[in-house]
Design a protein around this ligand. Structure first.
Ligand code: BGC
Length: 366
């Protein structure tokens, strides 16, 4: 008898659990989000500007791993549908429109062209699907379209540029290798549509000005599309043209910095001795060069905390909550391996009014 009762009790609990799971699953796939309880399934659309990018690969892998971890911790299932925008906005817009048609619970968007943000928000809003923008910052006005349901998670590009300049200013020569009183440099430029590229180009050299160091650009910034092979090609051409006059290479990212170092070695020059190179990201290839003294420095672009923050915000949005419009993860100056260690850090929130005020002040100070 006892055994029969026990069996019935277990069967009853089992039925209740199945029923709850079903209800939760249904609510999870509703576009107004679920309750965040155990056993729900969420459909997450992730649009990456292109898979062929060192930094965004680190970011994408960490995002995937972190959603899996969140799933294990909560008992929820997060189905990630990650699409490669192949550096083409038309392709990516189609992928995002498909996410909307499929009724995803959330969209995470690393836009090819951040000026597409407004159109994407309007389409997603019509279907009540929140959007979290990552890595490529849209205009403030775009985030005013659907307050509470759209956000940008990133790192403040001006900070990374400033840190690059400060790393050069802190070297023994302060970048003036030949001691003639002026730092002569080139910049390897990522992508004209990208805020990170624009701000790093401006603020890396502004940090030299702020440190009272005289400087002269040997050429207009070289467009190298964040790419190692292009970084190598344009640096080789600059070395050929300017010879020993070239003292510092500011690269908007490590991919291009690594290419620059290859060109510098091929030209028989030595980083640290007769030329300095600084990048951004702290990708493994750059950290390897730094360890060998073949890169002056880099700046950690913290894919770990950026991807975790984006996922945490996505989860809040999927549970129906409103979120802040901006979440900022700090960059970190890197001149030795320990500087680039990844550790959990809280992102800083900012409101629309605060960012407008900060950007107005920043642009006035330029
Ligand atoms: C990174 C680059 C990357 C770009 C993609 C930047 O923040 O520093 O390495 O190519 O984002 O948008």
């Amino acid at each position: 008898m006892k055994k029969v009762l026990k069996f019935l009790a277990i069967a009853f609990v089992g039925l209740v659990l199945v029923a709850c799971g079903q209800a939760a699953q249904n609510s999870g796939s509703d576009s107004d989000g679920g309750s965040g309880g155990t056993g729900e399934t969420f459909e997450v659309g992730v649009a990456i500007y292109q898979f062929n990018d060192n930094f965004m690969t680190l970011y994408r892998e960490e995002l995937d791993a972190y959603f899996k971890k969140l799933g294990e911790e909560t008992g929820n299932t997060y189905n990630l549908d990650i699409q490669d925008g192949k550096q083409d906005q038309a392709t990516q817009t189609e992928q995002i429109n498909n996410f909307i048609a499929q009724g995803k619970d959330i969209i995470l968007a690393n836009l090819v062209d951040p000026t597409a943000a407004g159109t994407i928000i309007n389409s997603a809003k019509a279907a009540n699907i929140p959007v979290v923008f990552i890595n490529r910052e849209p205009e403030v006005a775009e985030l005013e379209i659907w307050p509470g349901k759209t956000a940008y998670v990133g790192a403040d590009a001006t900070q990374s540029g400033t840190y690059q300049g400060e790393i050069i200013a802190a070297t023994d020569s302060k970048g003036d290798i030949n001691g003639d009183g002026t730092v002569t440099y080139i910049t390897l430029f990522g992508d004209p549509a990208n805020v990170d590229a624009q701000q790093r180009t401006t603020y890396s050299v502004k940090a030299l000005d702020d440190a009272g160091i005289k400087r002269e650009a040997l050429a207009e910034p070289y467009l190298a599309n964040w790419d190692t092979a292009k970084g190598q090609e344009v640096t080789a051409a600059a070395l050929e043209q300017f010879g020993d006059k070239l003292e510092v290479v500011f690269a908007n990212n490590d991919g291009m910095a690594v290419g620059a170092v290859t060109a510098i070695k091929a030209a028989g020059r030595t980083v640290g001795k007769d030329i300095l190179v600084v990048g951004v990201d702290a990708i493994p290839d750059a950290m390897e060069l730094l360890g060998k003294g073949e890169l002056t420095g880099t700046v950690l672009n913290d894919h770990f905390n950026q991807s975790h923050t984006a996922a945490n915000i996505a989860v809040e949005l999927m549970s129906g909550k409103d979120v802040s419009p901006y979440y900022w993860v700090n960059y970190v100056k890197v001149t030795k391996a320990e500087d680039a260690e990844l550790k959990e850090a809280e992102a800083r929130k900012e409101t629309i009014d605060e960012i407008k005020e900060r950007y107005a002040k920043r642009d006035a100070d330029k």
